[in-house]
Design a protein around this ligand. Structure first.
Ligand SMILES: C[S@@+](CC[C@H](N)C(=O)[O-])C[C@H]1O[C@@H](n2cnc3c(N)ncnc32)[C@H](O)[C@@H]1O
Ligand SMILES: [Zn+2]
Length: 273
């Protein structure tokens, strides 16, 4: 079984008589009509609506659906096809999946036609949107700090700009399982940064690997995009430097003519030893 109880950590079984999961201690979790399960008990919530807001989620969805990060989705899918081809039905988890864009793209683009896709995010509105759009995938509301899945269930974990917990990553992966991380490369969204910072600097923000993992491949994916005014504002909202942008900088970004923006992603593939 993929899921464990978020309260007592015993396996969750789907009840045949009801649309719910239950553990041996009778903790029960209903399956929403959209198909997702909320496995984030109220006592673990730090706020009423943790994670990205509905507005942020919508902005990200509109931007991603316009295809600007499709080459990234393609590169992610290619890694999956390359490394999981020999496994009949690999289990893949997108941690901090947001509204599920990458999960949908993987289903659409993968040559492997029997992938078992899972997604987790702390924002309920994002998971609801993800589940609606992709009934074949399994989405839950949960925190990456405590991921309510059985030990060694997954062949691959994907983390795209999302918080994570090394201990949980290690616990969830099978031996020889993969961790695929996407982080911004040095030139990522350079032209936006130039509006925001006096002295923009190139940063390589590679996430440190959990202990016991070995890096097996790194790849940079770079290209330029030309989003329109509204899409540029959505893109800005998706970035961590949005809150740094002053009102004049935001206005200048919106008003710029045909602004070409560099993207630069680093994909790091590591294996659990
Ligand atoms: C920058 S977004 C990236 C979303 C998606 N991976 C993408 O690239 O489009 C970060 C996501 O992490 C989620 N998040 C924040 N804290 C989290 C946590 N503790 N556990 C799980 N998800 C979390 C947010 O709700 C948001 O959807
Ligand atoms: Zn329980």
């Amino acid at each position: 079984m993929p899921y464990i109880c978020p309260i007592c950590q015993t396996p969750l079984l789907q009840l045949l008589t009801a649309q719910s999961y239950e553990c041996s201690n009778k903790h029960r979790f209903d399956i929403a009509k959209e198909g997702y399960v909320n496995l984030l008990p109220a006592q673990y919530k730090k706020s009423k609506e943790p994670g990205d807001s509905k507005e942020m989620m919508r902005a990200r969805r509109n931007f991603l659906e316009a295809g600007f990060y499709q080459p990234l989705a393609q590169a992610i899918t290619h890694v999956i096809d390359q490394h999981l081809a020999h496994i009949a039905k690999p289990h893949i988890l997108d941690m901090g999946c947001g509204e599920g864009y990458y999960s949908r793209q993987i289903e659409l683009l993968a040559q492997h036609d029997n992938l078992d896709l899972y997604g987790l995010d702390i924002a309920k509105n994002a998971i609801l949107a993800a589940a609606k759009k992709q009934p074949a995938a399994h989405f839950i509301v949960a925190s990456s700090e405590r991921m309510p899945y059985s030990d060694a269930y997954f062949n691959l974990l994907l983390r795209v700009y999302a918080p994570s917990n090394n201990h949980e990553i290690k616990r969830l992966l099978k031996t020889k399982g993969y961790l695929l991380t996407v982080t911004p490369g040095p030139r990522h969204l350079w032209q936006l940064k130039e509006f925001i910072y006096q002295d923009a600097k190139e940063h390589d923000t590679q996430a440190p690997l959990p202990e016991g993992f070995a890096n097996i491949a790194s790849q940079r994916v770079r290209y330029t995009i030309t989003p329109d005014q509204e899409q540029r504002m959505a893109l800005l909202q998706m970035t961590p430097f949005a809150w740094r942008a002053t009102e004049p900088a935001t206005h200048a970004i919106q008003q710029a003519q045909d602004l070409e923006i560099e993207t630069d992603f680093t994909l790091t593939l590591a294996v659990k030893n």
